[in-house]
Design a protein around this ligand. Structure first.
Ligand code: HEC
Length: 141
């Protein structure tokens, strides 16, 4: 009995360690309850929204950083944007956000996920968020 319990908890530990290194799973568990993957397709979906869908937020962020920091190319823009996302996850502030005012009127702003996500997980999920949701013309090929 004790041995099988021990085995079971080791198995669960193993599973846990595994999933939290996969960006899709981190996003699913720690971001997607607020950020939908894509634009809402029905009125209900639109009403249920509590944050901008991810490609909308990433459009504002990439266009904003591109204009403000004038990176040399998409590679530099990607790096700056990933740094911004990593910081924003823990220290969101209205004055740091690149979202438009209407987003704040509708959703207010993002809470800090400080005790909800580890730095390691944030560093795994941020590049994936860029590569998955940044506009096509900003992607690094
Ligand atoms: C509790 C709800 C909630 C969760 C959970 C959440 N967000 Fe947000 N997020 C928001 C809201 C609301 C906004 C829009 C207002 C703002 O920019 O603060 C936002 C904005 C953003 C932005 C745009 C920031 C900018 O500079 O304009 C990014 C990028 C982002 N979230 C990434 C993430 C990632 C990655 C996760 C998961 C690790 C996550 N969010 C989890 C609510 C959430």
């Amino acid at each position: 009995m004790i041995r099988s319990l021990l085995f079971l908890s080791l198995l669960m530990l193993g599973l846990n360690a595994n999933t939290l290194t996969q960006p899709e799973i981190i996003f699913q568990k720690k971001c997607q309850m607020c950020h939908a993957l894509a634009a809402p397709e029905s009125e209900e979906e639109q009403k249920a929204m509590v944050a901008p869908f991810m490609s909308l937020a990433m459009r504002s962020v990439t266009i904003g950083i591109d204009a403000l920091e004038e990176p040399k190319g998409n590679k530099e823009l990607r790096k700056l944007t990933i740094e911004h996302i990593e910081d924003y996850i823990f220290n969101p502030r209205p004055e740091k956000s690149f979202c438009e005012d209407i987003i704040f009127e509708k959703f207010r702003y993002m809470p800090s996920l400080e005790r909800f996500i580890s730095i390691k997980e944030a560093k795994i999920v941020a590049p994936w968020v860029y590569d998955t949701f940044a506009p096509a013309n900003y992607q690094v090929k």
